[in-house]
Ligand binder design. Structure first.
Ligand code: GSH
Length: 208
């Protein structure tokens, strides 16, 4: 397998999940601005969407979209499946929320939104993190088992911290718990990312 990624981007969730699953893969960095890969290829010619992640399977089939890729990795490693009757469906439900509601809420922060749009986005992210904080059961989103959804939420929390959005208190311990997993440490190191992110103390300004 080969994962096309950008350091610290949402593709980090796939790298963490591959490591958790013990699945070997090659990794090719993509410059999201120039769309050049580290081997000098034009990424848009490889993936017309131009976004990461993209996972190329050993038979050459390419899979895009976080929800599909993370579900695929979970299918390859059954330990990821939440241990409840609707396990796989609950996992897809959570991945979909993370993708369409939380991940999407960040966009104005990264893509040149106005100050008002950025503040609105910060509140949207904070609200969605609050909702998710209520879903952490025991250690992780689905109880004692770490799943691909935790890998995705970890990356979103990392972004929130970088953007100065204070995560709900319940998610601070969760963040540190996930960050201390060997798969996560390894993935951060491989992407040249710091493990110690200071947690912001300043609340968001009041919305007008
Ligand atoms: N719909 C895609 C979106 C992935 C996405 O937003 N990737 C970002 C990095 S986190 C990206 O590649 N942005 C650059 C671009 O889309 O040109 C998915 O869920 O996988």
């Amino acid at each position: 397998m080969k994962l096309y990624y950008a350091p610290g981007a949402c593709s980090l969730a796939t790298r963490i999940s591959l490591h958790e699953a013990g699945l070997a893969a090659k990794f090719e960095r993509v410059d999201l601005k120039t769309k050049a890969t580290e081997s000098g290829a034009n990424y848009v010619a490889i993936n017309p969407k131009g976004s990461v992640p993209m996972l190329v399977l050993d038979d050459g089939q390419a899979v895009t979209e976080n929800v599909a890729i993370l579900t695929l990795v979970a299918d390859l490693e059954p330990v990821f499946e939440p241990g409840n009757p609707l396990g796989r469906i609950r996992l897809i439900e959570m991945l979909s929320y993370l993708s369409t509601e939380l991940h999407a809420a960040f966009r104005p922060l990264w893509h040149g939104g106005s100050e008002v749009e950025k503040l609105q986005a910060s509140y949207a992210v904070a609200g969605r993190l609050d909702l998710l904080a209520g879903q952490v059961r025991e250690l992780y989103l689905f109880g004692p088992r770490f799943t691909v959804a935790d890998a995705y939420l970890f990356v979103m929390l990392r972004w929130a911290i970088r953007a100065g959005i204070r995560p709900p208190i319940e998610l601070l311990g969760y963040y540190e718990r996930v960050e201390s997993r060997p798969s996560v440490r390894r993935a951060l190191k491989e992407e040249g990312l710091s493990v110690d992110h200071p947690l912001p103390q300043t609340p968001l300004p009041m919305a007008s």
